[in-house]
Design a protein around this ligand. Structure first.
Ligand code: GCB
Length: 601
C-alpha cells in the first residue's frame, strides 16, 4: 500500500509540558459544541413563577414527590392540580426573565421552565442535554425524573440522557433559582444585575457511542515550533487510532488511545496568532466513528519582569472592560450579533484587549473576539467579600473556574485567567485564591494568572502595590478610581505608583460616571465633560507608570445594576460606560480612543 506522505504513527510515552493528570482534571464537558450534531431547544418555554418554591416543597418544607417537575395534567374535571404549564405564560430561551416581563424586573427566586420536544434517539448514538448557562442554580428533570443539578450562573453543564429519553414526545422541566446567598459565588452584593433564567442556549447533542469528548491542542509554554496536545475519547479502546490533521500546515498525525487519551506532539512552525493577524488553523480530529473540527490559533504568552510578551515580543494591552449586557435593549447578551456589536465598539476604540468582567462570558463572545484579534482576560465571579473560609464556597469557585478553563482552553485569545476581583486582604482570602491559582496552573500552565486588586485609598506619596496576592499572580490587576471614589480629578495626573513586585501591572479598572447627553463644567459630576476630564488626567497618570503593561478602563457600555438607584441619572444603570446602553458614545470614548490610536505604545 502506498505510504501516505506526512502520516506518521507516533507512540508517545511522555509529553514534555503536559502533566499526565491534566486531562482528567477538566470538567468532562463536550469540547466545541459548534462542531457537534445538535438540535436546538431554544425558543419559547412555558414558565411558572414560584417565589415560595411551592412546586418543590410541601407545607412541611419537605421535598415533594410530585412537584411541578411532574408536569401533571388534569385527567377528570374533579382533579385538583394547582398549576398548569400548558396554560402558563412563556419566556424566551435564551434570555433573562427580568427584561422579558415587567413584573419580573426585580424578581429573585425560583422560576420553573418547561419545554416539550419530539425526539427519538438513534440506537447507536448517545444524546446529551447541554446548557450553555443558567443563572444561578438549576435542577433539571426529564420526563418527570430528576437528572441532575448545577450551581453557577455563567458556565456550561451537560447530562447524558440517552437512556432516559422516550421515543417521540419528551419534556424537560428546569427549576431555576437566582436567589442571592452569602455563601455563593458571587455573594449577595454585586454591582451588576442578577439576571435570572436560562440565559444562554440549550441543545440536544448527539454523538456516536464512541466519541471525542475533550481535547487540548496548543503550543507549550514559550515554545513556538511544537504543537502539543491530547484528545480524550469516550468508549474508545486502548490502541484505537486518533488522527489529528492541520491541512494548511500539511500535517496529519496518528496517535493511539491509552486509557481513553491520545497524545500528540508535532513539529510545526505555524504563523502565530496576534491581534494584528489573528490567524487560526483548521484542526481536524478523527477517530473511526467521530470527527471534530476546530479553528485554533497558536501563540505564546509570557512575562519578563514588568513586560507582557506575546510570541516573545513586548505588547501593551490597550483594553476595555465589558459586561455581558446587551446593547440597545439591555438584559443579558443572547446572540452572537450582540457580542459582535460590543466587540466592534471595542475595535473602534482602538483596543487589542478586552477584560470580560466579572464572570465567564458566552463561548460565542470568546470565539468572536478571537476572530477579531482581541486578547482576553477571563474571570470567575470571586467578587468582593465572598466566604473565603467556607469549604463549599471554595468548591463552588473551583468548579466555576474549572468549567471556564475547560470550555475555553483552546482559544488563543485568552491570555489571562483572573481568579478574583477586589477581594479584601486576609489569610483565608489568600489561601483561597492561592488554591485557585494552583488549580489553574494544574489545568493550564501556558497562560498567565491575574487578579484585580482593590486600591482605592492612597497616601500623599501615592500608592504602593504590596497586597500579598501579588506574590501569587503573574500579572497584577489594579482597580483604581482616582477622580471618582477618591481624589479630585485634577490630582490624578500627579498620582504616583510603585510596586513591591517586579511583575507586569494592568490598570484593570479606572473610570467615572456620566449620563450621555448631560453637559456642564468639568467639575460637575455626571456630565460628559467630567468623565472626559477624568480620563485625561488618569491617562496622564498611567503614562508615568513604567511597570504598566496595559489597561482595561471601566467600562465599555452602561450596564444595569441595582446598586445605582439615583433617579434621572442612573435609573438602575452604572453610568461608567463610554457608551450609553442606547449605543451613544460619550466624550470620554474619544479621549481614550485618541490615546489608543494616536499613542504609539
Ligand atoms: C469596581 C468593581 C466593579 C464596579 C465598579 C464601580 O471596582 O470592580 O464591578 O462596577 O467598581 O463602578 O464602582
Amino acid at each position: 500500500m502506498k505510504l501516505i506522505k506526512n502520516i506518521v504513527l507516533v507512540l508517545l510515552t511522555s509529553i514534555s509540558t503536559l502533566s499526565s493528570a491534566q486531562e482528567t482534571e477538566f470538567s468532562k464537558l463536550l469540547q466545541n459544541i459548534d462542531s457537534r450534531e445538535k438540535t436546538s431547544l431554544n425558543g419559547m418555554w412555558d414558565m411558572i413563577v414560584d417565589p415560595l418554591e411551592n412546586g418543590y416543597y410541601n407545607h412541611r418544607l419537605l421535598p415533594k414527590e410530585k412537584g411541578y417537575f411532574s408536569n401533571l395534567q388534569m385527567q377528570t374535571p374533579a382533579d385538583l392540580i394547582e398549576y398548569n404549564f400548558e396554560t402558563s405564560l412563556q419566556l424566551m430561551v435564551p434570555g433573562d426573565w427580568n427584561t422579558q416581563m415587567d413584573k419580573l424586573y426585580y424578581y429573585e427566586g425560583t422560576v420553573w421552565y418547561k419545554k416539550d420536544f419530539n425526539y427519538t434517539a438513534n440506537n447507536d448514538e448517545l444524546t446529551y442535554l447541554y446548557f450553555e448557562a443558567v443563572n444561578y442554580e438549576a435542577i433539571v428533570y426529564l420526563n418527570g425524573e430528576r437528572i441532575g443539578s448545577h450551581v453557577g450562573g455563567y458556565t456550561p453543564f451537560q447530562f447524558e440522557i440517552t437512556n432516559k429519553l422516550k421515543k417521540g414526545n419528551n419534556f424537560i422541566v428546569v427549576k431555576v433559582d437566582n436567589k442571592r446567598k452569602l455563601e455563593n459565588v458571587p455573594t449577595v452584593n454585586q454591582d451588576w444585575w442578577n439576571y435570572g433564567g436560562i440565559t444562554r442556549s440549550v441543545h440536544l447533542i448527539t454523538t456516536p457511542k464512541s466519541h471525542i469528548t475533550d481535547y487540548l491542542i496548543q503550543l507549550p509554554k514559550g515554545n513556538t515550533n511544537t504543537i502539543e496536545g491530547w484528545v480524550s475519547v469516550k468508549n474508545g479502546k486502548d490502541g484505537n487510532v486518533v488522527n489529528l490533521s492541520i491541512p494548511e500546515l500539511n500535517k496529519s498525525v496518528n496517535s493511539v488511545l491509552k486509557n481513553g487519551i491520545a497524545k500528540f506532539s508535532i513539529k510545526a512552525n505555524p504563523t502565530l496568532w496576534e491581534p494584528k493577524n489573528p490567524k487560526t488553523y483548521k484542526v481536524i480530529l478523527k477517530t473511526l466513528t467521530n470527527k471534530i473540527t476546530d479553528n485554533i490559533g497558536f501563540r505564546t504568552i509570557t512575562t519578563d519582569g514588568s513586560k507582557i510578551l506575546l510570541n516573545g515580543k513586548k505588547i501593551f494591552l490597550k483594553g476595555i472592560s465589558i459586561h455581558e449586557e446587551a446593547p440597545f435593549k439591555t438584559g443579558r447578551v443572547v446572540s452572537k450579533e450582540e457580542c459582535k456589536i460590543l466587540l466592534q465598539w471595542a475595535k473602534e476604540l482602538g483596543c487589542n484587549f478586552i477584560r470580560l468582567a466579572h464572570y465567564p462570558h458566552s463561548e460565542a463572545m470568546v470565539k468572536e473576539a478571537e476572530k477579531m484579534g482581541f486578547m482576553i482576560w477571563s474571570e470567575i465571579p470571586v467578587y468582593w467579600t465572598i466566604q473565603f473560609d467556607n469549604k463549599d464556597t471554595y468548591a463552588n469557585a473551583k468548579n466555576q473556574l474549572t468549567e471556564m478553563i475547560s470550555r475555553d482552553k483552546n482559544r488563543a485569545s485568552v491570555i489571562l485567567w483572573s481568579m478574583a476581583n477586589e477581594t479584601p486582604e486576609g489569610e483565608a482570602r489568600l489561601s483561597f485564591i492561592e488554591n485557585l491559582a494552583k488549580q489553574t496552573r494544574k489545568l493550564d500552565n501556558t497562560r498567565l494568572i491575574t487578579a484585580a486588586l482593590d486600591t482605592q485609598g492612597y497616601g500623599d506619596d501615592g500608592n504602593l502595590i504590596e497586597d500579598p496576592l501579588g506574590k501569587i499572580v503573574d500579572v497584577i490587576g489594579i482597580n483604581n478610581y482616582c477622580g471618582w471614589y477618591a481624589g479630585a480629578v485634577e490630582t490624578c495626573s500627579k498620582l504616583k505608583w510603585a510596586s513591591a513586585y517586579n511583575k507586569p501591572m494592568i490598570m484593570s479598572e479606572v473610570g467615572g460616571g456620566a449620563l450621555f447627553g448631560m453637559h456642564g463644567k468639568e467639575k460637575e459630576r455626571w456630565t460628559e465633560e467630567y468623565q472626559a476630564e477624568l480620563y485625561r488626567t488618569n491617562i496622564e497618570m498611567m503614562r508615568n507608570i513604567d511597570f504598566m503593561a496595559g489597561l482595561s478602563p471601566w467600562v465599555l457600555m452602561d450596564f444595569r445594576s441595582a446598586r445605582r438607584p439615583l433617579r434621572r441619572i442612573q435609573d438602575d444603570f452604572n453610568r461608567k460606560g463610554l457608551i450609553s446602553e442606547q449605543g451613544m458614545k460619550k466624550q470620554a470614548f474619544f479621549v481614550l480612543q485618541n490615546y489608543y490610536l494616536k499613542e504609539n505604545k
